[in-house]
Design a protein around this ligand. Structure first.
Ligand code: ARG
Length: 270
């Protein structure tokens, strides 16, 4: 009799626990049970694409895009701050799943990492101090002192300028400071970021003289053969066709987004 009682007690206790687990699960459902965690690197020194607020939150065009992309593609995004210069090697080593950082799709980079379809039409610009009357275009940069961000397309471009003296910096704010201090004559960097910083008052005393010197497209970067690239591409397509991309573009740039080529037009494949 005693042992039967014990068995009943154990059974009831067991059932009770089971019910408790079921109840807890339905009260605190995991947002999406098949959502995959996606570690995404970003260098948050690039207004208005990625910035980190004083409280440590990430904000910007790329951040908004990545967050809505995660929703449509079924990812949970975890952003990781990383210097731009280390982005490609970190992707190659697969220490992160992806990177969004205003990264230009280039044939050179495609040798070691993969890119999504283009999500932003960009290009380089020359920035000089407001009182500078000599530098107007590519030709007038010859022999000048130029600041660029390490590992950027601006740095590659600067190498093609005859006799230029190039100083490299880790982040945007640093090279613009050097320009303001008079240490360099010009900065070659991404046009949208420079124009945004000037317009929003953070860069006083600087002007852009040659807007969109190059034509570039930003892509979301992943390691080669990433299992996530397909979902990322489909997600971008969805955001482009359902108007979400346009909303985010207007929020940050107050303008209509330009037409974007698909991957095939750029020759990068999927
Ligand atoms: N578009 C340029 C490149 O790919 C510069 C991007 C800089 N981005 C950043 N988050 N600092 O080289």
């Amino acid at each position: 009799m005693k042992s039967i009682n014990l068995k009943w007690q154990q059974l009831i206790l067991g059932l009770g626990c089971l019910l408790l687990i079921i109840a807890c699960k339905s009260f605190y459902p995991t947002t999406n049970s098949d959502a995959k965690l996606l570690k995404v690197a970003t260098d948050p020194t690039f207004v208005p694409f990625e910035i980190q607020t004083a409280s440590g939150n990430f904000e910007g065009f790329d951040i908004d895009l990545m967050n809505v992309l995660a929703k449509v593609a079924g990812f949970v995004v975890q952003f990781e701050s990383l210097p731009f210069d280390g982005m490609i090697s970190t992707l190659q080593a697969k220490r992160v799943d992806a990177a969004i950082s205003g990264i230009t799709i280039t044939p050179e980079r495609l040798k070691t990492i993969a890119f999504s379809r283009p999500y932003f039409k960009a290009g380089l610009a020359i920035a000089v101090r407001e009182d500078n009357q000599n530098i107007k275009d590519f030709k007038s940069l010859q022999g000048k002192k130029i600041a660029v961000q390490i590992g950027s397309t601006g740095a590659d471009f600067a190498k093609t300028i005859p006799n230029a003296k190039i100083s490299t910096f880790n982040s945007g704010p640093e090279f613009f400071q050097d320009l303001l201090n008079g240490n360099v004559d010009a900065v070659v960097s991404d046009a949208f970021a420079t124009l945004y910083a000037i317009k929003n008052g953070k860069l006083k005393g600087i002007k852009v003289v040659a807007n969109l010197l190059t034509q570039e497209y930003y892509g979301i970067a992943t390691p080669k053969n990433s299992p996530h690239l397909d979902a990322i591409n489909k997600g971008i397509e969805t955001l482009l066709s359902n108007g979400t991309y346009k909303q985010i573009y207007q929020k940050w740039f107050n303008a209509e987004p330009p037409q974007l080529p698909d991957s095939w037009a750029l020759g990068i494949g999927h």
